[in-house]
Design a protein around this ligand. Structure first.
Ligand code: HSE
Length: 433
């Protein structure tokens, strides 16, 4: 099968879970990939922090490099595959040097592309090299390609998604087991699901990286991670999940991006989503993305957001694309056409809010709370209070009508200053998807 097919030589930097998966796919599916691309894809060199670790793959046939940066200057290497991670350091140097040397660069590194996507795309364009990062967003879901190619006929103005599998797993487990956040966090740590820096998952930063990349692909804007609003799941309590359920919602950490005359809106935060919305039922480590186009309407993608197989599948798809000669612009439009769009402030969001208060149970507390809301014109739709806790405190849950974010937050600042408030009020945005 491989006779007369031109060999395409690649080097892989990083042999963790995903790197090992890439090696397995390229070896196991070699003949099929050769017939699909017309090229024999050959791994010629690898690099990792530990040469002797057992990864379940045989790397004895590949050159070993102590320094991955050597790949950028190897004449025989056409594609450098970076699976090291991190927005800067070796990964960023390898990207810049490889692209500047005219080599194609494939990465699963969301932080790298979120921080340096536009600059790297420019370097790639200047040197006629391909830059591909399908695996950086939503693991095995081919969302970059779907937006950049499959939906290319549409004007896209809004997208949203569950972009972090770890936090989706945690929220799902809280609901399924009735355990509180701290207990589920410990269990999730033991399973090894959290990033080396857990803040990336828990504070919405990982989802923010992915959202910034999706915005660029969908809207043709320069990657602008610095202006992504991010709020994670640390303040979600079991009581919120239970109240949300009673109100007909589920809590999901969503990334939401839109472009309009108000600017580029990019936000990651927990949301109440109606039970009837398909995204409300995307559970555990799964990711989902909803993209709306002016002609196609609403599209919905779901799949595994992380792990060896799904992520390696996306990396190899990028290698296959390059082998087939699909070397177009990284963000599907030339860099000089990518727009600089001012950021829209989250304080202008207009919509309903779920508010949870933990207060002392005594006369006048509700009157003080509603007075603060009245002063900012925040109108209530639902108010729930069910008995009191053993310590005599009480949870009060409210759902507002549609209001401006800055008005709700100002009212909550006033409420938080009341002596009867035990725990800072939590507001969760309701998104009627
Ligand atoms: N920490 C990420 C997640 C890994 O949980 O989705 C995949 O990018």
């Amino acid at each position: 099968m491989s006779k007369n097919k031109k060999t395409l030589k690649i080097a892989i930097a990083g042999l963790g879970t995903v790197g090992a998966g890439v090696v397995k796919i390229l070896e196991n599916n070699k003949d099929m990939i050769t017939s699909r691309t017309g090229r024999v894809i050959e791994i010629v060199a690898v690099s990792a922090s530990n040469r002797s670790r057992d990864r379940g793959i045989d790397i004895s046939g590949y050159d070993w490099a102590d320094n991955a940066l050597d790949f950028a200057s190897r004449d025989d290497v056409e594609i450098v595959v970076e699976l090291i991670g991190g927005s800067d350091g070796v990964a960023a140097s390898l990207a810049k040097q490889s692209l500047a040397a005219g080599k194609s660069f494939v990465t699963a590194n969301k932080a790298l592309i979120a921080h340096h996507g536009f600059a790297l795309a420019q370097t790639a364009q200047d040197h006629n090299a391909a830059l591909k990062f399908e695996a950086a967003v939503a693991g095995g879901i081919p969302i970059i390609k779907s937006i950049g190619e499959g939906l290319a006929a549409n004007n896209l103005t809004r997208l949203c998604g569950i972009l972090n599998g770890t936090t989706n797993y945690m929220l799902t487990q809280m609901e399924a087991t009735g355990k509180d956040y701290s207990e589920i966090l410990e269990e999730t740590k033991l399973l090894g699901y959290l990033e080396a820096d857990p803040s990336l998952d828990l504070d919405g930063i990982d989802a923010g990286h992915k959202l910034a990349i999706l915005s660029s692909v969908a809207f043709g804007v320069k990657t602008d991670f610095a202006n992504v609003y991010m709020e994670g799941i640390r303040r979600i309590k079991l009581v919120d999940i239970e109240y949300a359920k009673e109100l007909g919602y589920r809590i999901k950490l969503l990334g939401i991006a839109s472009i309009s005359d108000a600017g580029l809106e990019q936000r990651v935060h927990p949301c109440l989503v109606p039970n009837a919305a398909p995204i409300a039922h995307v559970d555990d480590g799964f990711n989902a993305v909803v993209v709306e186009g002016d002609f196609v309407g609403r599209t919905f993608f779901e799949g595994r957001g992380a792990g060896e197989g799904p992520t390696a599948s996306a990396v190899v798809a990028d290698i296959i694309d390059i082998a087939r000669g699909h070397n177009g612009p990284a963000f599907f439009i030339p860099c000089h056409d990518m727009k600089d769009v001012p950021a829209a402030s989250i304080s202008n969001r207009y919509g309903p809010y779920y508010i949870r208060l933990h207060v002392e149970e005594k006369p006048g507390v509700i009157a003080d709370i509603t007075a603060a809301l009245r002063d900012k014109n925040v109108s209530l739709h639902i108010m729930l209070q069910k008995g009191s806790e053993q310590d005599g405190s009480v949870y009060v849950v409210m759902v507002t009508h549609e209001v401006r974010e800055k008005d709700v937050m100002t009212a909550l600042d006033q409420i938080n200053a009341l002596s009867s408030v035990i725990d800072k009020a939590l507001a969760i945005r309701i998104e009627n998807l």
